[in-house]
Design a protein around this ligand. Structure first.
Ligand SMILES: [Zn+2]
Length: 332
């Protein structure tokens, strides 16, 4: 009798035959981490295992924690499970986690995208019997425009700000989106970044990722007219007054839908996401050759229904541990 390979628990995704957790939500003895975003890599676990390029980002966020890392594709046996990391294309170091147990292969996608991004390793298809996938944007309404065109739109907006002698304030997450924007945007003038972005930029550059010219935002916030200023989205609106005259823009997948646009606070909304859109989700998941799909993080019911209609064994992965008796993933 085989044990289940993956179980939802109050501490997060648990892998019983390996006795470890994937992206645990509480402190655990052994945490296997898909990527360094704060909702996946949390403080307090005894030992972390992650991809090699995640290590500096994890240390940048969590301090000097105990970390073991694996090169892409290399297998490590933990208990009875072989674990390996495969690029997810979401941010630098982001991994899909492949679990193999007695010949059965399960893939945990973590956050992923297939769009080209000069700051992240390109997503790779991994063959598996079953997949547990995120589906943040798992509705057909989410279809991303070509990111090259979106970057050109952002550059045009910055140039328009320069002509008006306005400062161009761009809101972006300090890990991932900020570096993608810096690396992709043409060099049109001085670019300043918030202190929270500085450390992450340095961790990217230390790994050979070219971000182009940038400098830390001076403490007094005094920068020339026409400058590009990268700030985290949670910045308080009243702080922006110091940069007047200015325009504010943001890039996110959510901004595809008008209801998510925070007008009038946002002058420009660009659709650029670090997650797969619905069509990428379907294409990438089918590329695994899997027959079973479990959906978490997002439009789980919609994806479950869509994949069931396509003839796959398809399940909604429970949020908490309360219904853990009703579902686990493993060899059927
Ligand atoms: Zn993420």
């Amino acid at each position: 009798m085989k044990e289940p390979l993956l179980v939802p628990t109050d501490k997060g995704l648990y892998v019983p035959p390996g006795d470890f957790y994937i992206d645990p939500i509480r402190r655990v003895p052994r945490a296997v981490i898909t990527h360094a975003h704060s909702d996946h890599a949390r403080r307090g676990s005894r030992v972390y295992l992650c991809s090699m390029s995640t290590v500096p980002l994890l240390r940048g966020r969590l301090g000097n924690v105990a970390v073991q890392s694996l090169p892409w594709g290399e297998k490590l046996t933990i208990g009875e499970v072989q674990v390996s990391f495969h690029p997810a294309g979401h941010i630098l170091g982001s991994a899909q986690i492949r679990l193999e147990y007695r010949g059965y292969v399960m893939l945990v996608t973590g956050d992923f995208k297939c769009d080209a991004d000069p700051t992240a390793e390109a997503w790779e298809a991994v063959q598996a019997h079953a997949v547990l996938s995120e589906c943040t944007f798992g509705l057909p309404v989410y279809r991303w425009p070509d990111p090259v065109g979106v970057i050109a739109e952002i550059a045009a907006w910055w140039e328009a700000c320069q002509r008006k002698k306005y400062r161009a304030i761009f809101l972006a997450y300090s890990l991932g989106k900020a570096q993608r924007i810096l690396a992709s945007l043409p060099d049109l003038g001085p670019r300043y970044v918030h202190p929270s972005v500085v450390r992450m930029n340095q961790a990217y550059e230390a790994q050979g990722i070219r971000l182009g010219r940038w400098q830390p935002l001076p403490k007094d916030g005094q920068v020339e007219a026409g400058a590009f200023i990268l700030l985290p989205p949670q910045v308080r609106p009243e702080r922006l007054q110091a940069f007047a005259p200015y325009e504010v823009a943001e890039a996110s997948g959510w901004l595809l839908l008008r209801k998510h646009r925070r007008t009038p606070a946002l002058h420009q909304a660009f659709v650029l996401s670090d997650h797969a859109d619905f069509y990428q989700l379907v294409r990438c998941l089918e590329a695994t050759g899997a027959e079973r799909f479990y959906f978490t993080h997002g439009y789980r019911e919609a994806m479950q229904t869509y994949f069931a209609a396509k003839g796959y064994a398809s399940y909604v992965w429970p949020d908490g541990y309360s219904d853990r008796r009703t579902l686990f993933a493993g060899a059927p």
